[in-house]
Design a protein around this ligand. Structure first.
Ligand code: C2E
Length: 526
């Protein structure tokens, strides 16, 4: 994924993720405030049913009392007993007695018009017949709830059933167990009441909240305006929203921290190592006297997914610092074997030089891996040169062990960038070295009167004294090649002969330049 895509994706993700906690907590605080208000409404619905049950208890008490007294004759004593019952039960408005299929007398006296007995709308679980909306024909009073037990009935004002002290503009409704409304207080919204009676529990419409409470005989519904939940909502919001913004902020910080980390050069390099995004390019090494190509140095390139190549000086220092260099060395070794297998298997006189970082040169870590790789692919270890730098010689004892091991395995050992370090002659003498590569800075200075230019004959002399083969690096001009040739330097590497190229181009170059060129020391340039 490209850097910009990653940044855009991360910014979008961070914004989306950071908005989740405040938005969620906003809705949670709203839901909590609505739930709190609904609990409050449920309590009112419960109280309404308690009130109804008390009313029923009082009214059925009156009915059972008169039934127990055994009057069945509408005698003055019977009527007096009914009056007494009405007076001693607060919720009872009037009491009546049926004889056969019509009302014979009430607490008001003998009924002289024909009032037929009707079937109750339904019966409660304790056997009381309920007439839901009765207009008392004797007293011409308001609509009442008629309760019937045996042959007696009572008229109850439905307002008693919802006689609850409500706050705000709360409205109440009481219905029987089948959802038929018996009494209301403060005109509850009909549509919402219908919804509340149809499904148990709590709910809301855009401006109202309701809660219902049920028993087998009764359903009570309490309804009020949404705005009454506002106070709770404000309180909840004041606590939860800052927490939401804090969490959102933490998410932003975490995402940007992760993004920064992901975009850091080290993270990029780690991913590149994991994805094995490294390839080797090969720079020819040429025999100066004959112009014959004798091998190449494998130079790492970081090949990005978009095809661009990153030069080693951009990532090798970080790789060395972070320890990722070990993995990169292994990848390059594998690439060399893959790329050059056929050339190295054939007795073509071609070698490939692989760079070892200082730590690997000291510890010898990659040697067993390299050896098994070469054995598996049928390549003689003497086809592989190992390049190390003078830095390794700070710990000559460690370097001696691993370099000896490498040499015993058959590899040629070269000291790279020679002249840039501070190795003494005695240290160099004590180490198992085969090749000395003169650093480009000295080759650049050939022909000039600079200090570097004056040093090069001494480096050559020292290498000869130590019986080391010399490869001069960074040869760009023919006069440099001529100078080196005249002083017996065996090989050169540089743009004069060829720049580092991809494996296929190098193989073609090698095939063209592997023979001795008698006429001209120069080779075909890639
Ligand atoms: N201007 C100029 N430059 C020339 C000329 N001839 C060669 N060069 C450059 O000099 C460097 C030679 O490699 P080095 O001294 O081993 O220096 C290498 C080596 O120290 C390190 N390196 C490269 N690949 C690896 C690797 O696989 N492992 C390790 N540990 N280090 C590596 O990175 C350094 C730089 O490599 P490159 O950028 O490929 O640069 C290469 C090469 O492209 C020339 O005539 N003119």
């Amino acid at each position: 994924m490209s850097r910009w895509k990653l940044i855009t994706g991360a910014v979008l993700f961070a914004c989306a993720a950071a908005s989740v906690p405040p938005v969620t907590l906003y809705f949670i605080s709203r839901a909590r405030s609505v739930q709190a208000e609904q609990r409050h409404l449920t309590e009112y619905a419960q109280w309404t049913i308690e009130r109804t049950q008390k009313t029923m208890q009082d009214a059925t008490g009156a009915l059972k009392e008169i039934d127990r007294q055994g009057f069945r004759d509408c005698s003055p004593d019977h009527i007096a007993a009914m009056r007494f019952n009405v007076m001693s039960h607060r919720t009872v408005g009037e009491m009546g007695f049926y004889q056969g299929d019509h009302l014979a007398c009430t607490s008001w006296g003998i009924v002289d018009t024909a009032i037929p007995r009707r079937l109750a709308n339904y019966s409660t679980t304790d056997g009381i017949g309920v007439h839901m909306h009765v207009r008392p024909k004797v007293s011409h009073g308001n609509f009442a709830v008629g309760l019937e037990y045996g042959d007696h009935n009572v008229m109850v004002d439905p307002a008693f059933m919802v006689d609850v002290l409500v706050d705000n503009e709360m409205s109440l409704a009481l219905a029987n167990g089948k959802g038929q409304v018996i009494s209301t207080l403060n005109n509850p919204d009909p549509a919402l009441l219908k919804q509340a009676l149809a499904q148990p529990g709590s709910g809301e419409s855009h401006d109202l909240i309701y809660s219902s409470y049920r028993t087998p005989d009764w359903i009570a519904v309490a309804i009020e305006k949404h705005s009454y939940a506002e106070n709770d909502f404000r309180r909840e919001r004041n606590v939860l929203l800052p927490l939401g913004f804090l969490l959102g902020g933490l998410i932003l910080v975490a995402v940007f921290w992760a993004l920064r980390r992901r975009l850091s050069p080290l993270a990029e390099l780690e991913i590149a190592v994991r994805k094995r995004e490294f390839v080797a390019h090969y720079q020819p090494i040429v025999e100066l006297n004959t112009g014959r190509c004798v091998g190449a140095e494998a130079l790492a390139r970081w090949k990005r997914p978009d095809g661009s190549m990153i030069a080693p000086n951009m990532f090798i220092p970080l790789a060395e610092q972070s320890g990722l260099i070990c993995a990169i060395t292994d990848i390059i070794m594998e690439r060399v074997v893959e790329d050059m297998r056929e050339l190295l298997q054939a007795d073509s006189g071609c070698h490939v030089s692989i760079n070892l970082c200082a730590r690997d040169a000291e510890t010898g870590r990659p040697l067993p891996f390299l050896l098994s790789l070469l054995q598996t692919n049928g390549i003689d270890p003497d086809r592989i040169w190992l390049e190390t730098t003078e830095r390794v010689f700070i710990h000559p004892d460690m370097a001696r062990n691993s370099l000896t091991q490498a040499r015993t395995s058959g590899h040629t050992i070269a000291v790279d960038d020679f002249g840039t370090g501070y190795s003494s002659l005695s240290v160099l003498h004590s180490l198992p070295l085969d090749v000395l590569k003169i650093d480009k800075s000295f080759v650049d200075a050939i022909g000039s009167d600079s200090a570097s230019g004056r040093v090069i004959p001494y480096i050559i002399e020292m290498a000869n004294e130590l019986h080391l083969m010399i490869v001069a690096e960074g040869v760009e001009r023919e006069e440099q090649a001529q100078y080196l040739r005249e002083r017996g330097v065996a090989c050169g590497q540089g743009w004069l002969f060829g720049k580092p190229v991809d494996p296929q181009t190098f193989i073609e170059y090698f095939k063209t330049n592997a023979q001795v060129k008698k006429d001209s020391p120069q080779t075909t340039v890639v």
